[in-house]
Design a protein around this ligand. Sequence first.
Ligand code: NDP
Length: 252
Amino acid sequence: MSENIGNASLLTNRVILVTGAGDGIGRAVAMAFARAGARVILVGRTQSKLEQVYDSIMAEHLVEPVIHPMDLASAVADDYEVLGKSVTEQFGRLDGLLHNAGQLGTFGPLQYTLPENWMKIMQVNVNAAFLLTRALLPALLASADARVLFTSSSVGRKGRAYWGAYAVSKFAVEGMMQVLADELENTSNIKVNSVNPGATRTVMRADAYPAENPATLPTAESLVPAYVFLMSSQAADIHGQAINIRELLEKL
Ligand code: NDP
């Protein structure tokens, strides 16, 4: 699709917020965005992990990132508004928003899923993405060429027994992507899509498949060219799509 994906300047001057930036796919992608020239706003619940990502970015003499610790399970609408206002005040715009943070929750039949566990997964995986998008839309609309990426999963595209709230939350994420993409079609410069990273060597995957050998799985780092491409001006004609990261990587 492009010969410039490795180009270190693909995201120069872009301001991009990544949730769940302290670990797993979010950490690898946040590093890649910084290496491609972006100023990255690192959102996550464990401050020490965000600080490690900050230190890694600074150690490579990249654009200084911003840390914004936030527990999406307990944050309320006002917390998102504060973040949205602070992004507008500091940068005047937001060029990219990657909803990556997610929680797996418990497995089992819906009949035996505890209501409080269901609510928590919906809060982190769905409600937080809505509240964050809502609070950041003014900053995204101020960008000349913005991107919003929601993170889905295979079980958010085809239901599977015992995947419970996690699977249902990912279906909701796909729905949010479609509604927002349709709302913004032809009325803004914001492109909205969802991504399914596919099986990836992270803590979440190990929790879901404890018997699996992680060494057999692709690393989070191997996915980053697809995320950089989707956040760049090269993806300006991709909108409203449910993207498989692996398939996209083969085309890049
Ligand atoms: P990890 O569990 O490795 O990382 C998730 C990140 O999200 C962590 O940084 C975590 O913070 C953060 N996070 C979790 N809960 C909260 C919260 N309440 N508030 C703020 N931050 C939070 O997951 P992956 O990297 O594997 O997954 C990333 C995304 O990709 C998820 O949306 C997942 O559903 C999706 N996905 C992953 C697949 C895989 O095989 N890995 C396959 C398909 C989809 P902390 O480190 O502090 O806990």
